[in-house]
Design a protein. Structure first.
Length: 112
């Protein structure tokens, strides 16, 4: 019986050759965990779905990034990437709120 790390290594190797079945297996293995993490951080299911798509698209586009990372397990790498994407989403959302408030404040000051 193969260990999860060995299976992930095999799938990652196949991803280097753009094997869509390898990506499908990784999505099947990790999407539930990553979705739960993303929803906990963002509180937004639609944003979490987008974040997962971004994480897996990044893995598809640049599978060699994992091999260059310090992570030993693919799961820890994917969790880290998911958390980073969640923080980026939150930063973008907060900046958009601040921008709206700033615009409203400036408009209110001009009308005085």
């Amino acid at each position: 019986m193969k260990l999860k790390k060995d299976l992930d290594s095999e799938l990652l190797e196949r991803l280097l050759f753009k094997d869509p079945e390898a990506l499908k297996q990784l999505v099947s293995s990790y999407s539930r965990l990553l979705f739960q993490i993303a929803v906990r951080i963002t509180g937004d299911q639609k944003a979490s779905e987008k974040i997962l798509c971004d994480v897996f698209r990044e893995l598809w586009d640049k599978p060699n990034h994992f091999t260059q990372s310090e992570d030993t397990f693919l799961s820890s790498y994917l969790i880290k990437r998911c958390k980073i994407k969640c923080v980026q989403f939150e930063e973008t959302y907060i900046n958009s709120l601040l921008s709206k408030k700033s615009k409203n404040y400036i408009a209110a000051c001009r009308s005085i």
